[in-house]
Unconditional design. Structure first.
Ligand code: FES
Ligand SMILES: [Fe+2]
Length: 419
């Protein structure tokens, strides 16, 4: 249980809050190249700020405050120029550093006044990797965009999923340190939902957890678990899904690993990215994938219908089940009401890591997973060893059985091709 003050400390993400300051030390995905292919601007909400991502006529990306500092029109309607974005209301022109480089009327009537020199708008750094655009909102010096394995993987096919989850980012992360929910939310509830949908039980033998454990490793926390019928000698006790500090879960199998990336939009909304890579089984051709053609899909957020009934057809898969658990904890889970047991030791450990990094930032040091070497090698992260056998072929079977991949456009395409 946390006090209300401790809960605030861990959940508030605005500028000037302790967690807001810590979270500003990291890069966050904000869009995909494919998303930007046929548009010039995109509204972005990140860490409590409304921003606009734009591509100028030279092809460069910029990220600046959405509100024009003149009289607040949204720059989502801005007009791209050779070197920036021009407000549609009165033509003020901003470059990607946030400098106001032109004010057409002021420059005409009173050019020597150079009013523009006194105007700046917030602007943030952009980097690109693996088909995504990332933003950094923290202090200089800007850290390296971490070369986590899936972002830099070669010879894979990628696809990216997206949802806006209406709750605080921390309860989503804590779910990743909670192996016991897999047994209940993804097995027993899944079977119950199958019954509601008039389908046979999905999981014939739900496996109960006998023991769970957690290890801090270089980049976060690795989960371990012993399932019913297994022993501590089994490989899946030694390696479960790693949680990459502060906001990524690496899930999936060796041949179809995924990052689940939780990006705090503000205190009560989280942008959720599923970033998947598939290694096709031999014989299945690798589709060439230019960075702006990586498929993007959206996953629905379950709600109660007008009569208060759950949407069972969205709750038949992991993402629907997880999301409904997170959002029904409230916009910001009230941790002064929780009663943690032994099942929650991973959550306690993760909060401890957060606290250590909060203190590092307060002391002027780098927190966990802030990297400074521009020539650093790719970071290989483990995947759960119990799922070694996956290939694109049996992922297709996964699609047919209705798991999380039911929204995957790439798998639908492969599935159709394989029939
Ligand atoms: S509101 Fe943007 S130029 Fe006037
Ligand atoms: Fe889950």
């Amino acid at each position: 249980m946390l006090s209300s003050e401790q809960n605030e400390r861990l959940t508030r993400v605005g500028s000037g809050t302790p967690m807001g300051d810590l979270l500003r030390r990291y890069w966050y995905p904000i869009a995909t190249h494919a998303q930007m292919k046929n548009r010039d601007t995109l509204p972005v909400r990140l860490l409590g700020e409304d921003l606009v991502l734009y591509r100028d006529l030279s092809g460069a990306y910029g990220l600046i405050a959405a509100r024009c500092p003149h009289r607040s029109m949204s720059l989502v309607y801005g007009i791209p120029t050779e070197c920036g974005l021009r407000c549609a209301y009165h033509g003020w022109h901003f470059d990607k550093t946030g400098a106001c480089i032109e004010q057409p009327y002021e420059d005409t009537e009173n050019p020597e006044g150079r009013f523009k020199d006194r105007i700046r708008t917030p602007a943030y750094k952009i980097a690109e990797s693996g088909g995504m655009l990332f933003a950094y909102m923290g202090p200089d010096p800007v850290p390296v965009l971490p070369p986590y394995d899936l972002f830099v993987a070669k010879d894979v096919m990628r696809e990216i999923g997206y949802a806006v989850v209406p709750c605080n980012w921390l309860q989503i992360m804590e779910n990743s340190l909670d192996p016991i929910h897999v047994e209940w939310l993804h097995q027993h509830l899944r079977n119950y939902v199958a019954g509601k949908l008039g389908k046979p039980e999905k999981i014939r033998n739900p496996q109960s957890h006998q023991k769970i454990g957690f290890d801090v490793f270089d980049y976060g926390i690795i989960k371990r678990r012993v399932l019913e019928g297994r022993s501590e000698a089994d490989e899946d006790w030694t390696t479960g899904h790693p949680v990459v500090f502060p906001n990524i879960l690496k899930s999936g199998s060796v041949s179809s690993p995924a990052f689940q990336i939780r990006v705090p939009m503000d205190d009560t909304q989280t942008a959720y990215w599923w970033y998947r890579c598939y290694t096709p089984e031999s014989g299945v051709p690798l589709h060439p994938q230019p960075k702006d053609e990586i498929p993007l899909f959206s996953a629905p957020v379950p709600q109660l219908d007008d009569t208060g009934l759950p949407q069972w057809d969205i709750l038949d898969n992991n993402s629907g089940q997880d999301i409904v658990a997170w959002i029904t904890q409230g916009p910001i889970a009230n941790r002064s009401l929780e009663n943690l047991g032994r099942s929650d030791k991973g959550i306690v450990l993760y909060r401890k890591l957060l606290e250590e990094s909060l203190q590092a930032v307060a002391a002027g040091k780098d927190p966990m997973n802030v990297f400074r070497d521009p020539d650093m090698a790719p970071i290989d992260l483990p995947v759960e060893k119990a799922k070694l056998a996956g290939t694109a072929g049996n992922v297709i079977k996964g699609l047919r059985s209705g798991n999380t991949t039911k929204y995957s456009p790439l798998l639908k395409e492969l599935d159709t091709a394989s029939r």
